[in-house]
Design a protein around this ligand. Structure first.
Ligand code: ZN
Length: 202
């Protein structure tokens, strides 16, 4: 399986990192080795001194498809959750400055965390509130209504380039409020008030 990630999909997050608001989705990927198993702790890698949390709604594909029109996209997923796209911001800033790919900053081991999966039929994915708490304090909150590109538009765009397979995950981008994590932190994620994610940082 593959993990497709979307950058700059919320206007205020693009602005907080000094990036232009994109005219088409910004896409990058993580390999399956980036997945942190649920209930495992996240260990800060030794090549970074500034790993950030990015809380994102994640959709899991349950059908194979390519060139999927957005109006048919809902047939290709039935589960979603809140995840964290851990990002080595110091590494990413150096790579960005040189115009180099982001993988070292984004695709490292354990950088992709997913919470418990929820059924899409029980929620409205186009208007979904989510929150990330760090040590009991709210650090990020978002609503999918503020996405620049909706889940279904993202599936249409991604599937123009990449065949989507069963089990693939799409990290749909983070709202503003990204920030560093430290050893000892506890991150908790909520969707519509329901806790779906708990990660200890070491
Ligand atoms: Zn992200």
């Amino acid at each position: 399986m593959k993990i497709i990630c979307v950058g700059r999909n919320y206007r205020k997050h693009a602005e907080e990192l000094g990036n232009a608001v994109p005219g088409e989705p910004v896409i990058f990927m993580k390999p399956d080795s980036a997945i942190l198993r649920q209930r495992d702790a996240f260990y800060i890698p030794d090549f970074s001194n500034d790993v950030h949390h990015e809380a994102e709604i994640v959709v899991k594909l349950n059908r194979l498809g390519k060139r999927i029109q957005s109006k048919f996209a809902p047939k290709y997923y039935a589960e979603f959750t809140l995840g964290i796209d851990f990002t080595a911001r110091d590494v990413q800033s150096k790579l960005k400055a040189k115009g180099l790919p982001w993988e070292k900053a984004k695709a490292f081991d354990s950088s992709a965390v997913c919470g418990n999966w929820l059924k899409t039929e029980d929620y409205d994915l186009s208007n979904l509130k989510f929150e990330l708490h760090k040590n009991g304090e709210l650090v990020q909150q978002g609503n999918t209504a503020d996405m620049l590109f909706s889940v279904d538009q993202l599936i249409e765009h991604c599937s123009d380039y990449f065949t989507l397979k069963i089990g693939d995950q799409i990290f749909t981008g983070t709202p503003e409020g990204v920030g560093p994590v430290s050893s000892g932190d506890v991150l908790e994620g909520f969707v519509e008030g329901k806790k779906v994610l708990n990660v200890r940082v070491k």
